[in-house]
Ligand binder design. Structure first.
Ligand code: 0R9
Length: 688
């Protein structure tokens, strides 16, 4: 495993005392007007209190800048700050337990059995004890200048002096060198000197007992027993080497479930146990949790994680740095995400699934992943408005390499379980892509639908695949076609009369022509240089005109339009001609349809038995056909014949010229063409 020594320190404190958490002060109603620091009546203003007043006044004036506000969350930051200082002492290996007690009167106390805050004169302010300095000075750097002591900051790195400034009353007891000391503060102002209370034999450590100031947090502000309980328990999970003892006044938890008056937490199983508690009763993709711990002596440098994939719901990520929650994630979480993705990617290569894995992102891996990650690093840096995000760059690298190594082992240890996770993650990615595609189609369909021509009877299919557009001559044929169609896949656009001949009309006329504008809109793919095959709304465009000369003329005008404006639509095989019948031949119960005269003659000879009379009916147009006749003969994909319009590859260069001659505005060229070709007319094909 990668050695994390370069980042992790063995001795130093784990957090920095820092500058205010947020630059712009929130206008918290309760905080204004700023209450005065302390009350002269309690201790009287002396030189020391004025000094403190100058030091801590900004905290009371703008508490939001130091603890993120004055709401319930901010109130609980006070507790986080104090317990984090005690945790520092435990993580450093000097304290083995922390006691938390919530009293009925609103006092909260935190006690550790560490070395005790130093009480000797402070090197820089020899007239004061280190304890008094730490309680009354806002630290901006994290270390006293002399570097004798390293200070802890809490969640926001603000230091215990902020808790002191925002407490109506705060008492500190220090048992150190078998002597008990005590000092009391009110709104940050010392209410007397550090007292020596005499010898103690079986006690060591620090106790901080405080009551948040109602002038800052409001008269109704109270600690939430449930919230404190969870915060305290979480610390025990995060640092297996500490025991947390919880105690709460019974009156405060009346009617509150799952919060006991007393409890002791000690979780040597650490994060693995924590995750097990959080995912209890949830269905997992594989039962085995991927967890690990890389520890350095004294607790510093530890990296711990627990990961499981949930089968029935979204996942979650909880991460911590030095037991401080980092709800906005940060570099350590990024390292974990990348490690899991890369591990799975390599496994996919081993089992021949690399191709399917290419679409998978870290988000796909994490979407259903329940993960817990805890790192202990020296002098971490936090960022974001509330300093909830770890910014220490090296944490990403260290977490990635350490977790990756362990993940590779985990995957290799049970290929069956590894394949299950891999399949699960790939399925999630494919599902995401499918959803995105559907959303995109729905969005495109919705926006296009808004712009579709009114005459178009569209199909209900959202995508182009399998959809057909029938361009129909005239409103009455349009009516029959609408009744005959399969509305899921077949759309009908009726065109009134002959469309504009694009070969002889100017560009301006083309743009103004409503018939063509409707057609272009219905197709959705644009024209000329703006043509995009991917935007074409139908797979087949079927020209369905009457089986007579007029119909053929309309069809040729439409083909000319497509050839000129959307040649790729033809090249890509989207354009077809329907083959409606011209004759209906009936003998008794038997009916057959003939495309043209030649087909009719052939059918008369072959399709009927005996000498019975065959009735021959000629359709005057599509509009005259009954919907079921039109369906059966021309529109039903299972029965119809379509002619695909193609440009013969050999004649490609000449086709444009031919169309120009036939459809252009020079009648003499058309006449000459017909004269030249008259002998071959019988052999002419439908290819253009
Ligand atoms: C109940 C909450 N506990 C604390 O707030 C707490 C702070 C603290 C501490 C030290 C030991 N225990 C503590 N508990 C400590 C002691 C020594 C050096 N560093 C830290 C030592 O004995 O040399 N301190 C946190 C800051 C400071 N002490 C200091 F700045 F005053 F040194």
């Amino acid at each position: 495993m990668t050695d994390a020594n370069d980042l992790f320190g063995a001795q130093s404190s784990t957090r920095k005392a820092a500058v205010p958490v947020s630059a712009p002060a929130k206008k918290a109603g309760r905080a204004a007007p700023p209450p005065a620091l302390g009350t002269p009546g309690e201790a009287g203003y002396n030189a020391a209190s004025i000094e403190v007043l100058e030091g801590l006044e900004p905290v009371r004036r703008r508490p939001g800048m130091y603890i993120g506000g004055t709401d319930e969350k901010a109130l609980h930051h006070l507790f986080a700050e104090v317990i984090d200082n005690a945790m520092d002492e435990a993580v450093a290996g000097h304290a083995s337990f922390i006691e938390v007690e919530l009293e009925e009167g609103g006092y909260l106390s935190v006690t550790d059995n560490g070395r005790g805050i130093p009480v000797d004169p402070h090197p820089k302010f020899p007239k004061k004890s280190a304890l008094e300095v730490i309680m009354t000075t806002l630290h901006a750097g994290g270390k006293f200048d002399s570097k004798v002591y390293e200070t802890s900051g809490g969640l926001h790195g603000v230091g215990v002096s902020v808790v002191n400034a925002l407490s109506e009353r705060l008492e500190v007891e220090v048992a150190r060198g078998q002597t008990l000391y005590r000092q009391v503060f009110a709104r940050g102002i010392p209410q007397g000197k550090l007292e020596n209370l005499g010898r103690v034999h079986n006690r060591r450590g620090t106790k901080v007992r405080f009551k948040p100031d109602p002038q800052i947090f409001g008269k109704e502000a109270r600690f939430s027993p449930r919230r404190l309980f969870k915060m305290a328990r979480s610390k025990a999970y995060l640092f297996g080497g500490v025991e947390i003892r919880w105690r709460c006044a019974p009156a405060l938890i009346e009617g509150i479930d799952n919060v006991p008056t007393e409890a002791t937490f000690r979780f040597p199983g650490g994060l693995k146990d924590y995750l097990a508690r959080e995912i209890e009763g949830k269905e997992l993709v594989v039962d085995h949790v991927f967890s690990g711990k890389v520890e350095k002596p004294g607790g510093h440098g530890s990296l711990e994680w627990a990961v499981a994939w949930l089968a029935g719901e979204d996942g979650f990520s909880s991460s911590y740095c030095n037991t401080i929650p980092t709800p906005e994630g940060g570099t350590h979480e990024s390292g974990l995400r990348v490690a899991l993705l890369r591990g799975l990617r390599e496994h996919a290569e081993r089992v021949g699934q690399a191709k399917r894995m290419t679409a998978v992102t870290t988000d796909d891996v994490m979407a259903t992943c329940a993960s817990m990650l805890s790192v202990f690093i020296r002098e971490p840096e936090f960022q974001g408005q509330t300093k909830d995000k770890l910014a220490t760059q090296e944490a990403a690298r260290i977490v990635e390499t350490t977790v990756r190594d362990a993940f590779d082992h985990w995957l290799a240890a049970s290929p069956q379980q590894a394949n299950k996770v891999l399949d699960w993650v790939i399925d999630r990615a494919e599902e995401r892509l499918r959803r995105r595609q559907e959303k995109e189609v729905a969005r495109k369909t919705a926006t296009r639908k808004l712009r579709l021509p009114g005459k178009l009877a569209d199909c209900t299919n959202a995508g182009a695949a399998g959809s057909e557009l029938f361009i129909v001559e005239g409103d009455s044929a349009g009516g029959s076609a609408k009744q005959a169609r399969d509305r899921t896949t077949q759309a009908v656009l009726p065109l009134r009369g002959k469309i504009l001949n694009v070969a002889s009309a100017g560009k301006d006329k083309l743009l103004q022509n409503q018939q063509l504008a409707d057609l272009v809109q219905a197709l959705g793919c644009g024209t000329g240089a703006h043509y995009r095959d991917g935007d074409l709304r139908y797979e087949k465009i079927i020209i369905m005109t009457d089986a007579d000369v007029d119909g053929a003329h309309i069809a040729s005008l439409l083909i000319t339009f497509f050839y000129r404006q959307m040649p790729r639509l033809i090249d890509n095989g989207h354009l077809y001609l329907a083959m409606p019948p011209l004759y209906r031949l009936t003998q008794g119960a038997k009916t057959v349809y003939a495309r043209d005269d030649a087909h009719k003659e052939q059918l008369l000879k072959t399709a009927f038995k005996g000498n019975g009379k065959v009735e021959v009916g000629r359709f005057k147009g599509l509009g005259e056909m009954l919907p079921n006749q039109l369906k059966e003969t021309t529109m039903d994909p299972r029965k119809r014949t379509l002619l695909k319009v193609t440009v013969l590859p050999d004649e490609k260069p000449e086709t444009g010229e031919t169309i120009e001659r036939l459809m252009g505005n020079k009648p003499e060229a058309r006449f000459a063409f017909i004269q030249e070709r008259a002998p071959f007319a019988a052999e002419e094909q439908l290819d253009i």
